[in-house]
Design a protein around this ligand. Structure first.
Ligand code: ZN
Length: 343
């Protein structure tokens, strides 16, 4: 009996070329300005899509080439967030310090945030197109709030504008919208108190497939050290997955490759597809297709093939570019290998 084909995607970001921005940084400076920068961003999107298609990835993104940072790139176009008032604060439960903008008044969109970039990517590919948006808890954790006074109220305000943004993206043919919520792993109590409520406010009634990306972060030094402190077994997903299973999203991500996440937590996911991380972004060693297929086989013990979407553990923005592209190829080849074993 033939089984459903396992699909593939990436968490979202790819490294930016060195002619576009500083490399291997989370908050890189652009190399160009004005129309030259706009042109260069679009050329980088062309390359990002080409590399994913060449690797055989089913569900592609624009590699987040037009955004300086995955949260602040979105907030730069939101009224009520002031980038002239930068504040240094600890984020992700004080795991690291970041310079963040200030919420100075009610937040709202003055027009669609990601529409032009998404429409450009849509014009370039016929593949399933995913657009990533920072989730409300992660946004609230990456700003300084001088207006709302509590995190839930601020998160629900952002959820309202994210919901509008999703409608804009659906109108130009985006297939999947993914909310990035790395903060979920840092604030388990708040996820239960208001995180799922805010997530659902973003996606309820959306006219496209919706996903939430929860991870242990980019492969930067602060995250690698944090992971070392988490002990032999990482139990965050065991707390989160029952909560996420009750949410409105269609798809949940899990970081599995090279992690200490016990794979049996996958059986706690009910009624959702799972983006299973089969590529480690915290390690420059490029996986072989066999390595990738082996992680997929672990997931298969708990999930039917039609519910598995093989993915990178997290975004690859801060990685070396040649390593990230090689990992893309490994992802595509590993999924092909896993699928060829099913017929
Ligand atoms: Zn991530």
């Amino acid at each position: 009996m033939s089984r459903a084909r396992i699909r593939s995607t990436i968490a979202g970001s790819l490294p930016k070329p060195r002619w576009l921005a500083e490399t291997e940084k989370l908050w890189p400076q652009w190399r160009l300005t004005g129309p030259d920068l706009d042109d260069a961003k679009r050329d980088a999107v062309r390359i990002a899509l080409y590399e994913q298609e060449r690797a055989g990835i089913d569900c592609v993104t624009d590699g987040e080439q037009a955004r300086r940072h995955f949260v602040h790139g979105f907030l730069e176009r939101i009224d009520g967030v002031d980038f002239s008032k930068m504040v240094t604060r600890g984020i992700r439960a004080d795991r690291y310090q970041a310079e963040v903008p200030t919420i100075t008044g009610p937040v709202h969109r003055h027009g669609a945030v990601e529409l032009d970039d998404a429409a450009f990517a849509r014009s370039l590919t016929r593949r399933v197109l995913k657009v990533t948006i920072p989730g409300p808890m992660t946004i609230v954790d990456t700003v300084y709030d001088a207006h709302y006074g509590d995190r839930r109220t601020a998160a629900l305000a952002f959820a309202g504008l994210i919901r509008e943004e999703i409608d804009s993206l659906v109108s130009i043919g985006v297939d999947v919208v993914q909310l990035d919520e790395p903060a979920f792993n840092a604030y388990l109590d708040e996820v239960a108190q208001w995180g799922i409520e805010a997530l659902d406010a973003c996606v309820r009634g959306a006219g496209c497939r919706t996903a939430v990306h929860v991870c242990y972060g980019y492969g930067i030094k602060a995250n690698v050290e944090w992971k070392r402190s988490l002990g032999a077994t990482w139990d965050q997903y065991a707390h989160l997955l029952p909560l996420l299973s009750g949410s409105q999203v269609d798809e949940i991500s899990i970081e599995l490759a090279g992690s200490r996440v016990p794979p049996e937590v996958l059986s706690a996911v009910k009624g959702k597809d799972v983006a299973v991380g089969v590529i480690d972004v915290a390690n420059e060693a490029v996986e072989s297709p066999r390595d990738v297929a082996a992680v997929i086989d672990v997931a298969r013990r708990y999930l039917a093939d039609e519910r598995i979407i093989a993915s990178t553990n997290c975004g690859m923005a801060p990685m070396r570019r040649e390593v990230a592209y090689a990992k893309l190829q490994a992802l595509g080849a590993g999924v092909a290998l896993a699928n060829s074993a099913t017929t």
